[in-house]
Design a protein around this ligand. Sequence first.
Ligand code: GLN
Length: 477
Amino acid sequence: MEHHSSLNTVQAGIKEGRLNLKNLVEEYLERIKAHRYLNAFIEVYENEALQRAAEIQDKISRKKAGRLAGLIIGIKDLICYRDHHISAGSKILENYKSIFSSTVVERLLAEDAIIIGRLNCDEFAMGGSNENSWFGPVKNYADNTKVSGGSSGGSAVAVQAGLCMAALGTDTGGSVRQPASFCGVVGLKPTYGRVSRHGIVAYASSFDQVGPLTTSVEDAAIIMEVIAGKDEYDSTSSTLPVPAYSQHLNVSGKKRIAYLPETLESEGLDPEVKALMEATIKKLQDEGHTVEPVSFPYLDYVVPTYYILTMAEASSNLARYDGVHYGYRSDNATDLESTYKKSRSEGFGTEVKRRILLGTFVLSSGHYDAFYDKAQRVRRLIRNKTEEILSYHDFILLPTSPGPAFGLGEKTDDPVVMYLADIFTVQASLAGIPAISLPLDNNSKNLPLGIQLIGKRFGENELLAFSKYLMDVTKGR
Ligand code: GLN
């Protein structure tokens, strides 16, 4: 199936009559069935996908097809699709059907993408291993004893295992980039405000962004071109015009790239990740780019700042799941108050409850100044310092994750250990700027390793172009 993996090759195949879209969808459906054990899909839209394939094949022959005709894509179970179930990986949304489509889904469909199913994820996108899903963990295709990463674990594994050509995930603090890194695929978190959040189940609204997981930078670029842009239903979406990313993937001239020495000295950094960082730095220097160390003094503060703020926002966002408005309602409730209490106690998983409790605590009047307010100030320092670095560098190069995919169950006993693994992804999230994870190598055990590039605010075009370049120059290492 390798040859089907990118949209360009599929579109060429269909045009030349070598490929038929319906057969292609059938092939993917077969593959999904054969790989059920990975637990990547929560639901497969089998009949619908086949029907759309026939319709779009017809449109292609009439030369009326959209830009994504031929793309077979999965969506994270956090992205609303009208008349389809959505559960955010949670029991509390059991049997809930969305009454409208998210803007990203509308835009995919308008360009003739085929949505093949919804993909497993950590409950309400809270997690970094997909082990917090009500539907159980997702297995890494490279090694079934390892986690997929999270929270968009199903999205990453579906692309890794060739169960769809691309997937949409969401990234609040690394949930597209970290599973992409664990699964050897490309994962982009756009600038905050680049992609509409309308119809995305909210975790932390000042961080959440939808992003593509793909096998190539080219596919990430074309998907971004379609989903990005102003949306009247999301007032935080930007009015800046969306460049034709896929048409501008060439890099000209030499770049200035910063790396943060603190990241390379960070405790717990896997030696093979460190070696890959060093090899990448060397390669870029050999190619004539300036790659230099720039100190980032706030690395120790990024994880606490991120968790205080996201838990606070989550505690507020998740108040709506009360057993009355949506989904699960406890059978044991006797009155209004016990409906709220029991439905929430029985409907939410442990990690979600922990975050609601901690988030409520940091927002409480006695502790607001010490935690929430302070974290907001530190967020500003982190953002300013990061932007200062990017005012005289084109990109920041850093690992995506301290290590490769870890073992299933390995980090579930201690939430803090799990949180600390987000150390390299949350900086771009706190700053609201774009970042991409690129599958640059495998380690000695054949597990994928990702390297991350952070770009300037709304600099997706330059980031994607340089990512393609970096993938090309490091190929075959
Ligand atoms: N692992 C991080 C968290 O649990 C990131 C999750 C995300 O980006 N949705 O919050």
